[in-house]
Design a protein around this ligand. Structure first.
Ligand SMILES: [Zn+2]
Ligand SMILES: [Zn+2]
Length: 248
């Protein structure tokens, strides 16, 4: 029997150069639980090293953690990639790093710490995570899908780093499993602004870069249980699973 779960499919940790350093795994899990989330996806910019530590921090709690990443395509559009396991996100990470040029400059972009669940810094990611990959949009979504993942266009209503700001449209060929509307506009606002995209499932997320923003917006989903496979069904509107849409 499907019931409603609070799912936030877009969240950063301190590994993202633009996120605050207090977004370490233990604090992030505590904030998710305090805000009533059932499921959170960890989606750092072009990187995934903190996911295992968020999973460790959530191990004895009811919070479900989904591995993911927010990829910057060659066109400078942000795409959320969600996967069923750490192994799969690891395979995807290898592809991304082979197509992500440059080394981080901490003085310009900030540090990119890998922090474990005990708040210990284990290492610093040295890739230039802030930059765009050399992968075109369909290359990114094609690789996500070939690994069994979910591809969602990030914050399509934003005037920068979104598929619409960069390409002017949502290409059918990208095969997106869903489109994200930013927290400020929400799903109902997105439906009003984008009537031509009614065939797509919309979600909304916190896109949190600081602890205060964790859980500021989430997507209510009818699922049998909070897990990757059920999210896939809800985005495809199959088997009684779906996103609950607020009235416009
Ligand atoms: Zn983004
Ligand atoms: Zn983001």
């Amino acid at each position: 029997m499907a019931r409603l779960y609070a799912c936030d499919l877009h969240n950063h940790t301190c590994l993202s150069p633009c996120a605050q350093l207090d977004m370490h795994p233990r604090a992030l899990v505590a904030a998710c639980l305090a805000r009533g989330l059932d499921l959170v996806a960890i989606t750092d910019h072009n990187a995934s090293e903190n996911i295992v530590h968020v999973m460790q921090a959530a191990r004895d709690t009811p919070l479900v953690v989904i591995p993911g990443m927010e990829v910057t395509t060659k066109e400078e559009a942000h795409v959320l990639a969600l996967f069923a396991s750490l192994e799969t996100v690891g395979l995807f990470q290898e592809i991304i790093y082979s197509r992500l040029p440059g080394d981080n400059d901490e003085r310009r972009f900030g540090c990119q710490p890998i922090v474990n669940e005990r708040e210990e810094v284990e290492a610093f990611n040295t890739h230039l995570l802030f930059s765009a990959t050399t992968m075109a949009l369909n290359d990114v979504t094609g690789n996500i899908h070939s690994l069994g993942g979910i591809a969602i266009a990030s914050h399509i209503d934003r005037s920068f780093f979104s598929i619409i700001s960069q390409l002017g449209c949502v290409p059918e060929s990208a095969g997106f499993n869903g489109l994200e509307i930013s927290a400020a506009l929400g799903i109902a606002g997105g439906r009003r602004r984008f009537p031509g995209l009614s065939r797509y499932t919309f979600i909304t997320s916190s896109d949190a870069h600081c602890l205060n923003d964790v859980g500021r917006s989430c997507t209510m989903m009818y699922l049998e249980s909070p897990c990757f496979a059920e999210i896939q069904l809800a985005l495809a509107r199959r088997g009684g699973r779906c996103v609950e849409e607020p009235l416009p």
